[in-house]
Design a protein around this ligand. Structure first.
Ligand SMILES: Cc1cc2nc3c(=O)[nH]c(=O)nc-3n(C[C@H](O)[C@H](O)[C@H](O)COP(=O)(O)OP(=O)(O)OC[C@H]3O[C@@H](n4cnc5c(N)ncnc54)[C@H](O)[C@@H]3O)c2cc1C
Length: 232
């Protein structure tokens, strides 16, 4: 495909952002094992860069994936991997399912603020004994009245220590492993959520990573994305 003038304008915007807002701080943030994620995300949100492919109705630019690709290429010029990783989790891992299959309430409550840079999100799939083998995950969300009660843990969760919500994969029935999984959006200030200390990584250090524990965490069933059993 041929890039248009619009692709090149977006490329320049992202490159300028990387050079001005990320690269001067990379060494310090990699050393510290964190970066000011809410500040950086708000600046990205103000430029529209957290919603390139997201619907305009919720604050996105409504562009096709080729524009995301251009932005990702330019983020790759950052002098560290951790900050682009954190941004990628926000734009391409924890929000696409909400955007495609979430209710209007989920989109207004979580997607629009994530696009604006007012909320940081994370994605919870991996577990201690379920990395490549996602089917082996053990975290459950059991129906109780209008709520789910969630128990279990998630490992290696990027952005989680400072996240405002998690897009969580949980077993919502005892059916076969490929039929019993649902994605549920859980606000991170819900009682019953706790964290391991930050995981001290060799690389990608500026992105914060932790294990999350869920102990009788209660969320409304309407925070599920799409129908039950369609999370896998
Ligand atoms: C920095 C970092 C950030 C992460 N962030 C997140 C996050 O935000 N959210 C999240 O949910 N997860 C996250 N993860 C977890 C990541 O997705 C898992 O590490 C990944 O799924 C692999 O799982 P594992 O580490 O348990 O390795 P394993 O599944 O134990 O695999 C170990 C090795 O065995 C190989 N292997 C596995 N199964 C087979 C097979 N059947 N045949 C042949 N080879 C096989 C793998 O390729 C790999 O080389 C993160 C991980 C890292 C390192």
């Amino acid at each position: 495909m041929k890039f248009t003038a619009e692709h090149e304008a977006l490329r320049k915007t992202v490159r300028d952002f990387v050079e001005k807002e990320i690269n001067p701080h990379c060494d310090e943030w990699e050393e510290a094992g964190e970066f000011p994620i809410h500040d950086i995300f708000k600046k990205l949100g103000n430029l529209g860069l957290l919603g390139i492919q997201k619907p305009e109705e919720y604050g996105g630019m409504g562009l096709d994936y080729s524009y995301n690709l251009v932005a990702a290429e330019e983020l790759g010029t950052a002098h560290c991997g951790g900050v682009p990783l954190a941004i990628g989790v926000q734009t391409d891992m924890c929000t696409p399912a909400i955007s495609r299959f979430g209710s209007d309430e989920l989109k207004r409550t979580f997607l629009a603020p994530a696009i604006a840079g007012d909320m940081v999100g994370c994605i919870g799939v991996s577990e201690v004994a379920a990395g490549s083998d996602v089917a082996g995950m053990k975290t459950t969300a059991k129906q109780d009245g209008d709520d789910y009660v969630i128990n279990g843990s998630k490992m290696w969760i990027t952005n989680s220590p400072k996240a405002d919500f998690i897009c969580l994969l949980a077993n919502t029935s005892d059916d076969k492993p490929h039929k019993n999984k649902s994605l549920i959006v859980v606000p991170m200030n819900t009682p019953g959520i706790s964290f391991s200390p930050h995981l001290n990584k060799l690389g990608m250090r500026s992105s914060e990573t932790a294990q999350i524990f869920f102990d009788d965490v209660r969320v409304p069933q309407r925070y599920r994305i799409g129908a039950e059993g369609t999370g896998s």
